[in-house]
Ligand binder design. Sequence first.
Ligand SMILES: NC(=O)C1=CN([C@@H]2O[C@H](COP(=O)(O)OP(=O)(O)OC[C@H]3O[C@@H](n4cnc5c(N)ncnc54)[C@H](O)[C@@H]3O)[C@@H](O)[C@H]2O)C=CC1
Ligand SMILES: O=C(O)[C@H]1O[C@H](OP(=O)(O)OP(=O)(O)OC[C@H]2O[C@@H](n3ccc(=O)[nH]c3=O)[C@H](O)[C@@H]2O)[C@H](O)[C@@H](O)[C@@H]1O
Length: 442
Amino acid sequence: MKITVVGTGYVGLVTGTCLSEIGHTVTCIDIDQDKVNKMRSGQSPIYEPGLDELMKKNIQEKRLFFTTNHKEGFSGVEVIYIAVGTPEKEDGSANLSFVEQVGKDIAANVERDVIVVTKSTVPVGTNDWIKKVIERNLVHNVKVDIVSNPEFLREGAAIYDSFNGDRIVVGADNEDAANRIEEINKPFGIPVFKTDIRSAEMIKYAANAFLATKISFINEISNICEKVGANVEAVANGMGQDNRIGSQFLNAGIGYGGSCFPKDTKALVQIAGNVEYDFELLKGVIHVNRKQQEILLNKLNERFESLEGKKVAVLGLAFKPNTDDMREAASIVITKHLIEKGANVAAYDPVAMENAKKVIDSKVHYVSNTTEALKDADVALILTEWNEFKDLEIGTFEENMKQSVIFDGRNCYDPKIVENYHVEYHSMGRPSVKNSKLVNVG
Ligand SMILES: NC(=O)C1=CN([C@@H]2O[C@H](COP(=O)(O)OP(=O)(O)OC[C@H]3O[C@@H](n4cnc5c(N)ncnc54)[C@H](O)[C@@H]3O)[C@@H](O)[C@H]2O)C=CC1
Ligand SMILES: O=C(O)[C@H]1O[C@H](OP(=O)(O)OP(=O)(O)OC[C@H]2O[C@@H](n3ccc(=O)[nH]c3=O)[C@H](O)[C@@H]2O)[C@H](O)[C@@H](O)[C@@H]1O
């Protein structure tokens, strides 16, 4: 099938590449010329494990093409996927201007009947609206069907998720269109769940909101664990063994970030508000998430009388491991606070440093590896659980730091192992390890 994907961000580029891998001929359109030049040479503009290789293969086999030209990209195409951003507006609602523009671009250029598939996460009712935008602006007399096909991939595991997802949701009011989208996806071998458009749109927000709720729930349990002397990891483990609860998304820490949970939870509160429903539970989830970063900072401020002139090693900047995405990363708020307190911040992330430089306080000093960050530091903060940090010998802290005080926002180490070293170790929802041999700290 001849398919065009509009928008080559984390979702569009992965979708386009994976659809070409299962045999379709895919053209990806983006308005960013630099990105398109890079992609044509088989280079992904984003860090996503396995993506470069898959792009190169499909470009070579002439199934994957890139352009900035909508007319060229829509020529003769039967199915168009919309995968542009739907970022958060100031009031928390979703900004649909990019989706609207794509609708107008489609209307101006399609010359045959098409199915328009919305991958972007959009509020309930948007697909009906976008269909009207297209129909209102059509230049040629063609039929347009619309299908909601929300995306559930995770950054850093996007290729794996595309081939191993739990379900593909297809929301359509036209059975033929739904069947054609099911057919396109058949080679993935993933169960297809067909429903109406509005339910499909809601499934995406409800799924993200539920996962965010799980995280905030375990974070609250974690905060209580600290006060009553329990260990949140053991608690999550014991809870998760109940199949009705499940063990995933129960990792306590400094909260969820990224391009989607923060914006989609706020958008769902807005969607509910628009129909005069106060989504109290979700408001609580959002509030708890903001608190988690403060909790880490409060612990740090209680531990040190002042951070003025202290060297703080920050390990990890990306919002999660295996991505260079800095959107809503906890490190943005935390490093800002450290700089305000007069600390000398040395930061290291395996892949996100270039993106970090665009959004993080300019006084942060970037270093090229973990040891350099830790060298003579007064305290180390772990903000992203990259394997590189999890695999670190605890002795590395001891050997390099001026005083080995660690605040681990992602529970990377087993406190039982840490006990064998001369370090002071604070994590989230677990008892702190304070080695008595430490002297002159604070
Ligand atoms: N990032 C993720 O992991 C996931 C994102 N989503 C949703 O997918 C959508 C896309 O998200 P991302 O890929 O993260 O966005 P992104 O911001 O990384 O990429 C969007 C791309 O669209 C391009 N673009 C904007 N207007 C255009 C136009 N008129 N024509 C052609 N290209 C245009 C931009 O240049 C950019 O490259 C959002 O609605 C998001 O909520 C859903 C699941 C996962
Ligand atoms: O709509 C989206 O964009 C995507 O949002 C998330 O994917 P993603 O944001 O890439 O990453 P996750 O692995 O879900 O992690 C999100 C955040 O939650 C945090 N998290 C995750 C799990 C956990 O147990 N604890 C926790 O704090 C992570 O550190 C990270 O900051 C969802 O998992 C995807 O299904 C969805 O498609």
